[in-house]
Design a protein around this ligand. Structure first.
Ligand code: SF4
Length: 384
């Protein structure tokens, strides 16, 4: 499950001072300003040049009247720091569209982010997760399965060069997919914003090497506690001891064999109970990962029964990301884990056509018209 992280915003009227407070902030600003200055001499399609020019202006405090807000944030500084000057235009083109298009409700040929689901199967039954819904997990319901390699390569081939933010994960545990090693190898060097979420249960030394050689940008370990008893209660079927050993092993493999790796590792917890202590999590996990984060709980496990919330604002995900599930079904989100809102199938239509399909456009129109309350599960969903 993909969820937003807490972040620092740099207001445009004092961006230099605030950027100076972030490690690497001033250097990032200088490099972005230099990119803005050399855009005219670069061989780029006009549309890409326009987007990059707007992005550079906004980030360096020179946005023109009426141009959308696009602020420097801590994770942008962090990502810029890890990229070469040659990679910056690709990165910025994606980051601007990812952050801004959901607010301006713009679309182009591809989604800013694609989430590919290697498998919908999971070995855990976390108390806040839809894996506890038997109408989802029972085999005869048809929701469980693993993506075949041919489908995976077909999707990757279409989005390479068009999309930079690609996440491996959605409803299931990706390391349970029998093709995961081949999938990771196929992704090698193709995307700047490649991410995977895992519970780390099946993480082996061999997979650690594969992950580190793939050029993954972010590896998120889903953990929700720092105490074995609480972990086992929240992450049903899991054991903190085993996961900790695997994460330690990963950190050691990286330290020993890939000292120049640009990978960011993060433990992420769902803030579900008052028993979870963020300070303890921070203290416990920060020895083994680069970042520790908590995200807010959204009732994923019963999205279809949640009472309507009366929200009228459109859902930003409709302009930000598309999910391709193991069987090729294209879905606007994984809150809708039973695919009521599916917009087509990647086995029948290409990714770009799915993104601009009538079904997707109709969904967007209904959200813009303030009618999400008539849609299940949008009516009870908190995402805006
Ligand atoms: S509002 Fe609808 S489309 Fe958006 S995340 Fe929620 S269920 Fe999905």
């Amino acid at each position: 499950m993909e969820r937003p992280n807490r972040d620092i915003y740099v207001k445009s009227d004092s961006f230099e001072a605030l950027a100076g407070k972030m490690p690497g902030g001033t250097e990032a600003l200088e490099r972005l300003a230099a990119l803005g200055a050399r855009l005219d001499g670069m061989n780029l399609p006009d549309e890409r040049r326009d987007v990059l020019a707007k992005a550079c202006r906004a980030l360096t405090g020179g946005a023109l009247n009426g141009e959308p807000e696009f602020a420097l944030k801590r994770h942008i500084v962090e990502e810029v720091r890890r990229l070469s000057d040659d990679e910056l235009p690709r990165y910025l083109f994606y980051r601007y569209r990812y952050d801004v298009y959901p607010t301006t409700r713009q679309l182009d040929a591809f989604p800013p982010c694609v989430q590919i689901e290697p498998t919908s199967i999971c070995n855990y039954r976390c108390v806040f997760c839809y894996q506890t819904d038997r109408s989802f997990t029972q085999g005869r319901q048809g929701h469980m399965g693993m993506m075949d390699l041919e489908m995976f390569k077909n999707v990757v081939d279409q989005i390479e060069g068009e999309v930079e933010a690609v996440t491996l994960a959605s409803r299931g545990e990706p390391l349970m997919c029998r093709n995961i090693k081949e999938m990771l190898e196929y992704l090698r060097g193709k995307f700047l914003g490649l991410k995977m979420n895992t519970n780390a249960w099946f993480l082996t030394e061999e997979l650690a090497h594969t992950i580190l050689q793939t050029g993954l940008n972010t590896l998120v370990f889903s953990v929700d506690a720092a105490e074995p008893e609480l972990y086992a209660r929240l992450r049903v079927n899991g054991k903190l001891e085993r996961v900790l050993e695997n994460i330690k092993m990963f950190s050691e493999v990286r330290r020993k064999h890939y000292p120049d790796s640009r990978l960011i590792t993060r433990t992420s917890g769902v803030h579900f109970s008052d028993e979870q202590d963020f300070d303890k999590m921070q203290e416990f996990w920060s020895e083994f990962v680069d970042q520790v984060a908590f995200v807010d709980y959204n009732p994923w496990e019963n999205a279809y029964e949640t009472a309507p919330r009366g929200i009228e604002a459109p859902c930003s995900d409709l302009w930000r990301r598309m999910f391709i599930w193991w069987d090729g079904r294209a879905n606007p989100c994984d809150v809708d884990y039973k695919s009521e809102l599916a917009v087509g199938n990647a086995g029948e239509l290409d990714v770009s056509s799915l993104w601009r399909s009538d079904a997707y456009e109709d969904l967007r129109r209904r959200h813009i018209a303030g009618k999400r309350g008539a849609l299940t599960p949008c009516a009870g969903c908190a995402v805006v």
